[in-house]
Design a protein around this ligand. Structure first.
Ligand code: ADP
Length: 789
């Protein structure tokens, strides 16, 4: 079709038309619509130019692109809103020569834009054109839209590289400026290449899109595949008759174990209910695990398992004698307890509580007894137990619920008749409702422990076959609720002589074996052992001694290696000092000065016996008394009594009563490790006061214990053995004690009795006679008549 020299111009936005590609465009501007109506009336072609800028409703001539197309008008279809759809068939590329009029209609003089064709014989060119056709066909095919499909079919009928490039460009979804660039490309070869690049680009984008989509799909199908396989598996199981899921399988196994576990009927009924619950739960749920754990515990508790018990009392006694020196009373009491239990296993007996300072053999004796009885030994250290739940367990509805420690221990031991040592019952926090001591009572009380119900288990378990023993250091610290159910058996501590024997017969052989030493490689001289006992340890038990012996063995092992066998194996006091350095404990009694106003008392604390230097001081006042130090109410009363007694006897003691009434006296009891109380310091306080006023010093080699009355009598005291041993440890050779305590001396080892001077007294006068040094002359009368030495 010929292109007239002058054409009406239709400016368009959003679209670039290419020759040979029919388009449907929508127009709305009244001027454009009028122009179309006019063109249709004249049946002539129009020029279509794309606006450079999107904005203007009535673009100025220079706002149109330079190159556009000449097009025939096809069907015109009015739409609602005054818009009109127009089919346009571009047939030539044209350029504006000049604008003729702007109003009422835009008209321009145009010329066909001449394009330069490439040499059609060039092989490479032919290949490029063929490639464009193939790539475009491929692209339209892949786009799989009806319009693209139509374009693909039309493509086959387009001849000529320029027309091909234009047609393909018209069907690419490019942005406007890129399309206009292609339209304005008048060199055919360049246009073909530019379009080919765009097609290749779009093919690549399509390829990437497909890849991403297929990756996503691959993941989807993996999940579906699993679900499918699981379903198949279920069907196969059903076919094979194994119609149980792993969850159901666990339920079946648990039931088998529960039946085999020998649960009593009540517990079994409970287990049955839990099994039903389990079956209704999903195996992946948290509750399922909780119920399964609970059932597992029920199945593995030792409902029936017991170990055979040795009933031969004589052999048990022999075993205890072999493992522990002395402790006669304790062993006797243990054997009696065993004997009575054998006769009546379900009797209402108290639990024996071994009471004594550290290292006296409480725990090791319990271990020996368990071994001799053939019972499994277990120790519950009660030091950390702060809440009742630790003993009784916590209810399963609580978060992180567990059984209490006793039941956990039985579960671990796999026997229902172990010997359980409750270590440190004095370390439980005392008396409040719901405290651990109260809980422990349910465990040990024979009247209730036959049906002990741990809060977690919530079914009764019979603890009556458990052999309970307890240990404590301080009787006063045992919670009252428990004390009623315990029978205290004291282990008072050892004399130096006892320690020597224990060291030789028990501790040393163990240490030697542990360090791989033969007895002849480690031969202790008596003096060396004594030196460790008296100067390097100071304790009621033998723990420190044991440690020191271990250290000596270590040192010897090193020497044996270093000296290549030249070390003779003899352990002398010299070697001890070489290993440990100078003695740790100087004998305090030797330091007790000859100053008036200081007396050596003896205290009985839960850690054994202790010596204490009681100091008295006076200053002007009104005959009052002041007390300091860690002392309790009973000791204060003792001091009051001592002062009253002193006043009443002033004449007989040759003390000026006025002097007494014009002075206050201050009594101090040094704190030591443990608070002290009790009336047994009475005679020591009295002796210190007498010494203060008479100026007579108290003998440094005498320690004393005894309560005083206002009439000057000396009353008996407790813990005599511990006190005498404490004096011996401190190197004090004489002890003044109440005559009424004489019967207790039987408890004191004979070797100690023989090596010490024990002075039984009935009255304070006898105390004065035994304790005070002769009066110096003249007596010192200074305000401050004593000082610490
Ligand atoms: P405790 O429980 O009273 O603190 P242990 O039982 O731990 O004391 O004893 C500490 C060490 O002393 C253990 O090695 C123990 O065998 C030993 N021991 C204590 N008393 C004796 C004794 N009478 N005979 C033999 N060894 C003893």
């Amino acid at each position: 079709m010929r292109v007239p020299a002058v054409l009406p111009v239709l400016p368009v936005r959003d679209i670039v038309l290419f020759p040979g590609a029919e388009e449907r465009i929508r127009i709305g501007r009244p001027a454009s619509i009028r122009m179309i109506e006019d063109a249709v009336a004249h049946r002539g072609p129009i020029a279509v130019f794309t606006q450079k800028y999107d904005g203007a409703a009535r673009p100025a001539p220079d706002e149109l692109c330079r190159i556009g197309v000449a097009a025939e008008i096809g069907e015109v279809a009015p739409r609602e809103n005054g818009l009109v759809d127009v089919a346009v068939r571009p047939f030539a590329r044209i350029a504006v020569v000049r604008l003729i009029s702007h109003r009422p209609l835009l008209r321009a003089e145009v010329a066909v834009a001449r394009t330069t064709a490439a040499a059609s014989r060039d092989r490479q060119w032919q290949a490029t054109v063929a490639e464009l056709r193939k790539a475009a066909t491929d692209l339209f095919h892949r786009q799989a839209r009806p319009a693209a499909e139509t374009a693909r079919l039309q493509l086959a009928h387009i001849t000529g590289p320029g027309a091909l490039a234009d047609f393909v460009a018209a069907h690419l979804a490019l942005d406007i400026s890129a399309e206009q660039d292609l339209l304005e490309e008048l060199d055919e070869a360049r246009r073909v290449r530019a379009v080919l690049l765009q097609v290749a680009d779009q093919l690549e984008i399509g390829r990437l899109r497909r890849k991403i989509r297929s990756d996503v799909e691959a993941r989807f199908t993996a999940n579906r595949r699993q679900a499918y396989l699981h379903e198949q598996l279920r069907v196969i199981r059903e076919e094979l008759g194994e119609d149980r899921s792993p969850g159901e399988q666990l339920g079946v196994e648990l039931r088998k174990r529960l039946v085999a576990g020998g649960l009593p009927p009540a517990a079994m009924a409970r287990a049955e209910r839990e099994l039903q619950r389990l079956a209704a739960l999903h195996p992946a749920s948290g509750d399922y695990l909780l119920v399964a754990d609970y059932l597992d515990l029920l199945a593995t508790l030792p409902w029936r398992q017991v170990t055979a018990e040795n009933t031969d009392l004589a052999s048990i006694r022999r075993a205890l004698d072999a493992s522990h020196y002395d402790l006669e009373n304790v062993k006797q009491r243990l054997i009696e307890h065993v004997a009575v239990r054998q006769r009546n296993p379900t009797g209402n007996y108290p639990v024996l509580c071994l009471l004594g300072p550290p290292g006296v053999g409480k725990q090791s004796l319990a271990r020996s007894l368990a071994a001799a009885l053939g019972r499994t030994f277990s120790m519950l250290a009660l030091g950390g137990a702060q809440t009742e739940a630790e003993i009784l367990g916590s209810h399963r509805t609580r978060p992180a619920a567990t059984p209490g420690r006793p039941m956990r221990e039985l579960h671990r031991l796999k026997t229902r008749n172990p010997l359980v040592l409750l270590a440190g019952v004095d370390q439980l926090p005392s008396a409040m409702q719901g405290d651990p001591a109260q809980g422990l009572l349910e465990v040990i009380d024979p009247r209730q422990n036959g049906a002990f119900t741990d809060r977690y288990l919530d079914v009764a378990f019979d603890l009556s076959q458990v052999f309970f023993l307890a240990t404590a250091q301080y009787a006063d610290d045992i919670p009252a609720v428990l004390r009623e159910r315990l029978e205290i058996v004291r282990l008072p501590g050892y004399s130096d002589e006892d320690k020597r024997i224990i060291a030789r017969d028990h501790l040393l052989p163990c240490q030697q074996a542990e360090h791989g030493l033969k007895p002849e490689q480690c031969r202790f001289e008596d003096e060396a052992l004594d030196l460790i006992i008296t100067d390097y340890t100071r304790e009621a038990g033998v723990r420190g001694l044991d440690r020191r012996l271990g250290a000596v063995c270590r040192a010897i092992a090193v020497r044996l290696t270093a000296e290549q066998g030249t070390f003779g194996g003899k352990v002398t006091p010299g070697l001890i000092e070489e290993i440990f350095g100078p003695p740790r404990f100087l004998r305090e009694a030797r330091l007790a000065t000859a100053n008036p106003g200081v007396a050596t008392g003896l205290a009985w604390t839960s850690a054994g016996g202790e010596i204490m230097h009681i100091e008295a001081l006076r200053f002007p006042g009104k005959g009052q008394i002041q007390l300091t130090g860690q002392i309790g109410g009973l000791m204060k009363e003792s001091a009051q009594a001592a002062l009253s007694l002193l006043k009443s006897r002033a004449g007989a003691l040759d003390i000026d009563l006025n002097d007494l009434l014009d002075s206050d006296v201050h009594v101090h009891v040094p704190a030591g490790a443990v608070p002290k109380d009790g009336p047994s310091a009475g005679i020591a306080i009295f002796a210190a006061m007498v010494s203060l006023w008479t100026g007579q010093t108290v003998r440094a080699d005498v320690a004393m214990t005894g309560e005083i009355t206002l009439r000057g009598l000396v009353l008996p005291v407790g813990g005599l053995k511990e006190k005498i041993l404490a004096a011996q440890r401190a190197g004090i050779p004489a002890v003044i004690l109440p005559r009424l305590n004489e019967k207790d001396l039987a408890e004191v080892p004979a070797s100690v009795r023989e090596s010490m001077r024990l002075v039984p007294v009935e009255t304070v006068d006898e105390v004065m006679k035994a304790a005070l040094n002769p009066k110096p002359s003249p007596p010192p009368r200074g305000k401050k008549s004593r000082s610490r030495g």
